[in-house]
Design a protein around this ligand. Structure first.
Ligand SMILES: [Zn+2]
Length: 416
């Protein structure tokens, strides 16, 4: 399954460039889930799947599944070896995030189609709505595929403009009450491997080509509401104010300090969104909403961080006389990926003479949900400065070539 096929790499780079043109604006790539730009990218990938001779199925949450069935293989008795990733992005995201795994997955399947010893169907999956940027819940498509989300939860999801996820699904012909049909059984997928850019700096700084993920951290999200008293900013004496934004500022610093304390345990916490009300220049903020993202590879550390945040918030509420409520929006557990697949990955790197390292990922991936129904792995390649949620990020063609070679070899070993 040797690569070094210049045509393949050129094809992969061309397709990534093509997909990057589907964006809501010009500041990086903005392709929020189920927006017109996302649909354009999805349709483009569907056309590539069809051109590659794959059968295409779209499930009830909008996951796109392209499948190659080798001659003489029975779908019912032979589970698929699958790869894939996502097409939606964060606002002003990077060009390679997600799409790399889909396009390389397609290229890998195209290479493997001519191998006579493939014994399983091969699938490339586009997971719907991976990023939480639009609907505040991450990896919705893979959650549905793994049976980790209910119709009731999906029915309650709306974006910041009040547009319901169910309405976006209805627009492409699906109803949330059908969601269970997206659920794959444990014997329909034999193995799943996702290729992704690292979004960290371990590989770049260590000059290592391939990262093999042992554990994927999962997010816990909080919404904190601070209540103060709105008043004229020129009149109310400083000491008598109940300024919700001052309390929020103390919370931000407290969370930053708690995060610094736990960072060595692979856990962090970040205040990512802050909204002040009434948001008028001459009025003391009477209410502040803030969103917090906590991540870690050890569930215990996340629980401890959460408790420390609760303690800090409670004491700030007392000190500044501003009642504060904390709502846990979502809480997921870190996921251990499959060690057998990881050993196959290491052997593939060895065979292809690519340097590799085992590491944990602080970024969530669809593979962490698929791990609930099938052995799953994540292969990482370096990206410049590790800043994947940034328009400036670049990925070296040589690294993409190595990633494609390793992915092809792993899929081959799993499917033969
Ligand atoms: Zn991604």
């Amino acid at each position: 399954m040797q690569a070094n096929n210049l045509y393949d790499i050129k094809w992969v780079l061309t397709q990534i460039e093509q997909v990057s043109q589907f964006s809501q604006d010009n500041a990086g790539i903005t392709r929020l889930a189920f927006t017109p730009a996302d649909h354009q990218a999805r349709n483009y990938i569907i056309s590539l799947m069809q051109a590659s001779g794959l059968t295409v199925h779209i499930d009830a949450i909008g996951n796109i599944i392209g499948r190659f069935l080798p001659e003489g293989i029975d779908t019912d008795s032979s589970p698929a070896v699958a790869t894939g990733s996502h097409l939606d992005t964060v606002p002003s995201g990077g060009k390679y995030d997600g799409v790399l795994g889909i396009v390389c997955g397609l290229a890998a399947i195209n290479r493997l189609k001519s191998c006579s010893d493939i014994r399983h169907p091969l699938e490339v999956i586009v997971f719907a709505a991976k990023e939480s940027s639009r609907f505040n819940l991450p990896t919705i498509g893979s959650k549905a595929m793994a049976g980790l989300v209910t119709a009731a939860t999906l029915n309650a999801i709306k974006d910041q403009d009040g547009i319901a996820l169910s309405a976006e699904l209805a627009a492409i012909g699906f109803q949330t009450k059908q969601i269970s049909t997206a659920n794959r059984s444990k014997n329909s997928i034999k193995d799943f491997v996702e290729l992704h850019i690292e979004q960290g700096q371990v590989l770049e700084q260590g000059r290592i080509r391939i990262g093999i993920v042992d554990k994927v951290s999962a997010p816990t999200r909080l919404k904190i509401i601070v209540l103060g008293t709105a008043g004229h900013s020129g009149v109310a004496p400083i000491e008598e104010r109940q300024d919700a934004l001052v309390s929020a500022a103390m919370i931000i610093l407290a969370i930053r300090n708690i995060a610094a304390e736990y960072e060595y345990q692979g856990a962090v916490a970040t205040v990512t969104i802050l909204k002040t009300y009434p948001g008028t220049i001459n009025v003391i903020p009477g209410k502040v909403e803030m969103w917090v993202d906590i991540r870690g590879t050890e569930h215990e550390s996340i629980i401890e961080i959460l408790q420390e945040i609760k303690d800090a918030v409670s004491s700030i509420a007392d000190d500044y006389n501003t009642p504060i409520a904390i709502e846990v929006l979502s809480s997921e557990k870190p996921v251990l990926l499959d060690d057998t697949i990881n050993q196959i990955m290491e052997a593939a790197c060895c065979k292809l003479k690519q340097t590799s390292v085992r590491l944990d990922s602080r970024v969530g991936h669809d593979a962490m949900n698929i791990a609930h129904i099938a052995p799953a792995g994540v292969v990482l390649i370096p990206c410049k400065d590790g800043i994947s949620y940034n328009a400036c990020k670049e990925v070296a063609p040589d690294d993409i070539a190595a990633g494609l070679d390793v992915l092809t070899e792993i899929l081959y070993q799993l499917a033969k």
